[in-house]
Write a protein that binds this ligand. Structure first.
Ligand code: HAM
Length: 411
């Protein structure tokens, strides 16, 4: 019979990987809670329209990468990202009535029908933060700080922070027109994707990876437009304020004018954090401000900013965490006593196991030394005297103690 295998672009997270995943999740809870963020869990599928309107129907994510299906004549989509879902929940649950800022964090699986490669999966996991209700650049600085400090808490240091400002819809329109003007003479030489982006979403031309397109965009007359300070005075002040805060906080960053991000909802600040130790898929974190999204999805006008990180990419950078050994392994050929002792250890907060198959004594000891820190030996003598022999499996020291002492000894 053929064996059914895991789907392309998806992976099992196996028990051996779990200490590392728990570490990432616990650190997220610890660090984001310090900043006042509360966890939110939204559904894995949403109305397709949420992503079309939220992420934007000119993006690759919406056009090519969504897992969409019909049920009861409704079009549903497995979430490709979580900002749109969190915004939907923010609106639906009237969270604009809470006192600002409303800070939310999440973790969970996302789905994108992309070509799988190292660091890129079809089901992957993100941990992210969304902060609602603050227009000022203090929120931008705090959100970047949350991302950087979370990465530090994971022990990741060899990272680069890049920031850019996409301006507001008004100043960006002027920039788009100028950009299209200088690129127009080369339109026929661009890749098919760029040819369609030229009309629909010219900003996205800037992060095309096709070498021929990159060569064209490197031409001096095009670079002059890309590198120009196109943003209006208000947007420039906001961006300068953010930089002042980052400088004061000692956060190293660089400005990358080509950083435009692959989702349509951004305005003003966008940022990415990349690792020097990953291959081509080296972005561990992406985020930015999305001041119009809440309103565009039918909510009260509420500014917002956030980020998300790919957990598989983080996992690839963190040293594997050792699985913790069981504290105690009860070695006995009296199954009733073994069962009772093991259970009473667990009730007192001690991880404990025993040999469910009642193997020979030596075999049980061998097993104990593989999986546990202590062997608790319950032979005929011990049972008759109400005692336990405790063997430290790392040092081989052993002593026989009264049953009632065992919990305090192991705790
Ligand atoms: P994004 O840049 O599309 O942004 O994704 C954020 C991060 O998710 C990426 O930097 C990467 O680490 C990880 N990631 C994305 N796609 C994949 C994949 N196919 N396989 C593995 N990892 C992947 C967002 O999703 C926005 N919602 C971020 C945001 C939140 N902006 C504002 N708030």
């Amino acid at each position: 019979m053929t064996i059914i295998k895991v789907q392309k672009g998806t992976k099992d997270i196996l028990p051996a990987d779990m200490p590392l995943w728990h570490f990432m999740e616990e650190k997220a809870n610890e660090i984001f809670t310090k900043y006042g963020a509360k966890e939110i869990r939204t559904p894995i599928f949403e109305a397709t329209e949420l992503f079309a309107r939220g992420v934007g129907d000119t993006t690759d994510i919406v056009n090519k990468e969504m897992y969409t299906f019909e049920k009861s004549e409704r079009s549903l989509t497995l979430r490709p990202e979580n900002t749109a879902g969190v915004v939907r929940s923010f609106i639906e649950n009237g969270m604009h009535r809470l006192s600002a800022p409303v800070k939310l964090w999440y973790k969970g699986p996302m789905f994108r029908y992309e070509r799988p490669q190292a660091g890129r999966q079809r089901q992957f996991h993100q941990v992210g933060v969304e902060v609602f209700g603050i227009q000022q650049a203090t929120a931008d600085a705090e959100v970047i700080l949350m991302a950087v400090n979370y990465l530090k808490a994971l022990g990741l240091n060899d990272l680069s922070v890049e920031i850019n400002s996409l301006g507001c819809p008004e100043c960006r329109e002027v920039f788009k027109t100028k950009l299209k003007e200088v690129i127009k003479p080369y339109l026929n030489e661009l890749c098919p994707d760029c040819q369609s982006r030229y009309e629909k979403n010219p900003l996205r031309l800037l992060d095309c990876k096709v070498p021929e397109c990159k060569e064209i965009y490197a031409k001096p007359e095009i670079q002059t437009v890309i590198q120009s300070d196109f943003i209006c005075e208000d947007c420039a002040n906001h961006f300068n304020e953010l930089q002042t805060y980052l400088n004061e906080l000692g956060i190293k960053y660089s400005i990358n004018k080509l950083l435009v991000r692959g989702l349509d909802y951004y305005n003003r600040t966008v940022f990415e954090i990349t690792s020097n130790n990953l291959g081509s898929q080296n972005a561990v974190c992406g985020g930015g401000r999305y001041d119009s999204l809440v309103k565009n999805l039918g909510g009260e006008d509420t500014p917002a900013i956030g980020f998300a990180m790919g957990m598989e990419r983080l996992a690839a950078l963190i040293e594997n965490k050792e699985d913790k050994k069981t504290k105690a392994f009860v070695v006995s050929n009296n199954m009733t006593e073994a069962l009772k002792l093991t259970e009473s250890l667990r009730q007192n907060g001690i991880t404990a196991e025993f040999d469910l198959t009642n193997k020979k004594f030596v075999k049980q000891l061998e097993k104990a030394s593989k999986v546990a820190e202590y062997a608790l030996i319950l032979g005929e003598d011990e049972i008759s005297q109400n005692k336990i022999t405790v063997k430290n499996l790392a040092t081989s020291e052993q002593k026989t103690i009264d049953c009632k002492e065992v919990i305090s000894l192991l705790n």
